[in-house]
Design a protein around this ligand. Sequence first.
Ligand code: ZN
Length: 93
Amino acid sequence: MEIAHNRAKEEQKQKKRISRSLTLIKCPHCGNDRDFLEVADNVIITTNYRQNSDGSFTQEGDESQILGEIKLYCGECNSDLSQFHSRFLEMLF
Ligand SMILES: [Zn+2]
């Protein structure tokens, strides 16, 4: 009983810690904090296909190579939010 109580307390503490460090990425121009665009420059997309005996093709895999910059934009006003890109990647699940 005591142990369970302590665990609940610990969890509460942890939750508080997380919420304190959590800051949403927010567009400084329009205040949008929901929709974002990630745009990659100079992308080479290579797709492997195997031709089957009936003439059809089956995709075996694909490989994308990004040669250029990756930018983050506000989905509402299209402002460049690349300053937040590393944080965006950290929070991407
Ligand atoms: Zn915006």
